[in-house]
Ligand binder design. Structure first.
Ligand SMILES: Nc1ncnc2c1ncn2[C@@H]1O[C@H](COP(=O)(O)OP(=O)(O)OP(=O)(O)O)[C@@H](O)[C@H]1O
Ligand SMILES: [Mg+2]
Length: 155
């Protein structure tokens, strides 16, 4: 496990960018945490590191957005709208197995359709003041592959 304390959105992005350099084809990142905690912001940083030039938009209403043109395809999913189920009809497995980088916001809503290995990244706003920009980002690996990635990240 690795814990990052960040002071602002730019720092959250930078961790995403740094992580992107360490990823390989087929990697899966699960992003969980409160509304507005920084999951999409982190994904924007990740996209920069992958060399994706298109602007990352929150896929809340589309569920999946695909970005080509980077080192690997980026599949950005936001399953917030699946709070009441429906995750197994989306065909997400195809994305997970396709050799791109899959990022899932609110992955806890589809825990029954997720592969068993991933890097879990949790975002929390410890200071509940609306204007606070500090966040804690906790990363946990399920296997050696993801553990190895974690070990190479600077805290
Ligand atoms: N340290 C920080 N890290 C990330 N975002 C921050 C930080 N401090 C302030 N912010 C701001 O908080 C907001 C985070 O929004 P973002 O869309 O990334 O959250 P989210 O976790 O994806 O939310 P949602 O659950 O609605 O998808 C942005 O407006 C961002 O500028
Ligand atoms: Mg989001």
């Amino acid at each position: 496990m690795k814990i990052f304390n960040v002071n602002n959105a730019q720092e959250t992005k930078q961790i995403g960018t740094q992580l992107a350099y360490l990823l390989s084809a087929g990697d899966l990142l699960l992003l969980d945490g409160d509304l507005g905690a920084g999951k999409t912001t982190f994904t924007k940083g990740l996209a920069i590191g992958l060399g994706v030039t298109r602007t990352i938009k929150s896929p809340t209403f589309t569920i999946i957005r695909e970005y080509q043109g980077g080192k690997f395809p980026l599949y950005h999913m936001d399953v917030y709208r699946l709070e009441n189920g429906g995750g197994n009809e989306l065909g997400l497995e195809e994305y997970f197995m396709s050799g791109g980088i899959s990022v899932v916001e609110w992955s806890n809503f589809i825990s029954d359709v997720l592969p068993k290995n991933y890097l879990k990244i949790s975002f929390s706003r410890d200071d509940k003041h609306l204007d606070s920009t500090t966040r804690t980002i906790t990363m946990e690996a399920t296997n050696n592959h993801y553990q190895h990635i974690l070990e190479q990240l600077d805290e």
